[in-house]
Design a binder for this molecule. Structure first.
Ligand code: PEP
Ligand code: MG
Length: 327
């Protein structure tokens, strides 16, 4: 199998009916960088900036961060990199950050909530990202956004840092262009899409968190892991609604949760209109192989007929469908 995946590296990720699907990499460690070239990924669809913050003894300064972000951009060459701002709290703990214990950390002071309440950290991070992207494209993504106002506030901090950099070092020190996106991982944001989509350049669906919140089921607790399935009508309906609205607004949508890297799940997401998937390196070969044998139109017709099933049977039905159709 591995040899077959390697052989596919330079082949296009296009379905049998000609739908092109972008495959990107999720990364966080320097060790992940060679995978961009080795897997033939189009770029990094999710760079988790909290990972290097977690492996240190203290908060990195602007200079340290700028060096790191430059290395990442350099390793990717012309391929895009989506830098997600600090997503700490809940399951991602900084060893040198002593916050108050919370009863419900997944629902607590985390991620963009910390970034907006402690803007010095966000500013230093954005400053470093701007510096590392001088003369090239910068893509920034904000995590755990639950209201449009949070995105607007975070974007204002980015604009402030861009203006500062220009004032200090001139327009040539700025990125060639800046794209701002948001994670969609809090269900409340689904019903703010009309307003949100006017204010972002791209959206990435974080299914790990979105599904945990849709089902009120802790993503890290094995005792409840079998209580729901990502391939279930509620999740499929949510993705369907999100994908329709993004398409109508002309805003690119990707999925960067774990499900993007599993062939059966990826097949379902593509059938519902998702055209970019971001995943760990090991997922790219299997997902590309699946894509090249799938027919989007056929799977779409089939999956739409499953969307009101009242139980856990979607996965099994999809698996049989895939086997019968040589996917
Ligand atoms: C997600 O929630 O799906 C996601 C990609 O972010 P993380 O797993 O880093 O929370
Ligand atoms: Mg998340």
């Amino acid at each position: 199998k591995l040899a077959e995946y390697t052989a596919l590296r330079d082949e296009p990720s296009v379905t049998r009916d000609g739908v092109k699907v972008g495959l990107m990499l999720n990364a966080g460690l320097l060790m992940d960088l060679p995978n961009v070239v080795e897997t033939g990924a189009e770029g990094i669809g999710l760079y988790r900036t909290e990972v290097p913050f977690m492996s240190r003894g203290s908060l990195p300064n602007v200079e340290d961060q700028a060096q790191l972000y430059t290395r990442i951009q350099d390793a990717c060459g012309d391929r895009p990199v989506v830098f997600r701002t600090l997503d700490v709290g809940s399951d991602k703990v900084l060893p040198y950050w002593h916050g108050q214990p919370e009863d419900n950390p997944a629902l607590g002071w985390r991620s963009i909530r910390i970034s907006l309440d402690r803007p010095a950290i966000l500013r230093s991070q954005l400053r470093a990202l701007i510096r590392a992207a001088a003369g090239r494209e910068l893509r920034v993504m904000f995590p755990m956004v639950s209201e449009v106002a949070e995105l607007t506030a975070a974007r204002a901090v980015l604009d402030m840092e861009l203006a500062r950099e220009e004032k200090l070092h001139g327009p040539e020190a700025l990125p060639s262009h800046v794209k701002v996106g948001t994670m969609l991982e809090v269900p409340a944001l689904i019903w703010q899409l009309p307003q949100l989509l006017k204010r972002v350049d791209f959206v990435s669906l974080g299914s790990n968190d979105l599904v945990q919140f849709l089902y009120a089921t802790d993503r890290g607790n094995p005792k409840v892991a079998d209580r729901y399935d990502v391939l279930s009508p509620p999740v499929l309906c949510a993705v369907d609604q999100i994908a329709r609205q993004c398409r109508a607004a002309g805003v690119p949508l990707s999925i960067c949760g774990e499900m993007a890297g599993r062939p059966l799940e990826a097949m379902a997401m593509v059938a519902l209109g998702v055209r970019t998937l971001s995943m760990t390196a090991g997922g790219i070969g299997p997902v590309k192989m699946m894509l090249r044998s799938m027919h989007v139109g056929q799977v779409e017709d089939y999956i739409r007929a499953l969307m009101d099933l009242p139980d856990h049977s979607v996965r099994e039905k999809l698996r049989f469908f895939a086997q019968d159709h040589g996917v």
